[in-house]
Design a binder for this molecule. Structure first.
Ligand SMILES: Cc1cc2nc3c(=O)[nH]c(=O)nc-3n(C[C@H](O)[C@H](O)[C@H](O)COP(=O)(O)O)c2cc1C
Length: 196
């Protein structure tokens, strides 16, 4: 298997991080990998906000968790047993899982493709992170998280244009218990349909 495929098949969402900082060299390459993602019309509109500020990440992470209105896991239905999410373990206080770096991607409010642009970029970042030994988790509810007084203040102070909307967070850090095995996927014949 080549290195690209190894990253695609090996990546897992990581939700337990060590306190080790993500060094600039690796962070830069992860962000750069995001900038090279496909993007609609080659407009390259997505704005990347990198937060290494523990206090900010903690505050926004708690807001992000509060915004979660999804289903709480049961023993029969869970997201991850080895890397529990906020749906699996309600005692987790932050939707950002204490990650030392949280990147938020923003797109222009009135641009039809700002959501896919941001998420495609996020996946590039997750794969790049894995390839250099850094764990990641893509996190939703960025819109709710930044549509708050503190979110707007941070957006404004960081210089993200006011007509940009937060679309996705990427939590980054070194995995506390290493990388777990990739999750089993559903049977291919349930999901792949072919017309020849
Ligand atoms: C659109 C989308 C939204 C997601 N939102 C969250 C989230 O809010 N919190 C979280 O912990 N994981 C989130 N995830 C990660 C998924 O839970 C994870 O990718 C899925 O369980 C498969 O596990 P794996 O990434 O380890 O293969 C999200 C992933 C996607 C693609």
């Amino acid at each position: 298997m080549n290195d690209t495929l190894k990253s695609i098949f090996g990546r897992r969402s990581v939700r337990k991080f060590t306190e080790q900082k993500v060094d600039d060299e690796n962070l830069n390459i992860i962000v750069e990998a995001g900038l090279y993602a496909p993007n609609a019309g080659n407009r390259q509109t997505t704005a990347v906000l990198i937060s290494r500020n523990g206090e900010i990440n903690d505050k926004l992470g708690k807001i992000n968790k509060k915004a979660f209105k999804g289903r709480i896991s049961t023993t029969d239905s869970f997201i991850s047993k080895d890397n529990p999410s906020i749906a699996d373990d309600t005692t987790i206080e932050s939707g950002f899982y204490g990650a030392p770096v949280v990147i938020t991607l923003f797109g222009p409010k009135d641009f039809l493709y700002s959501v896919p642009d941001c998420w495609v970029m996020a996946e590039n970042m997750a794969l790049a992170a894995y390839s250099v030994g850094i764990g990641s988790c893509l996190i939703a509810r960025a819109e709710d998280t930044f549509d708050t007084d503190i979110g707007q203040k941070i957006q404004n102070e960081a210089g993200v244009p006011p007509d940009f909307v937060a679309r996705v967070h990427i939590a980054l850090g070194y995995p506390k218990d290493g990388f777990k095995e990739a999750k089993e996927r559903k049977r291919k014949d349930e999901r792949i349909l072919i017309v020849d």
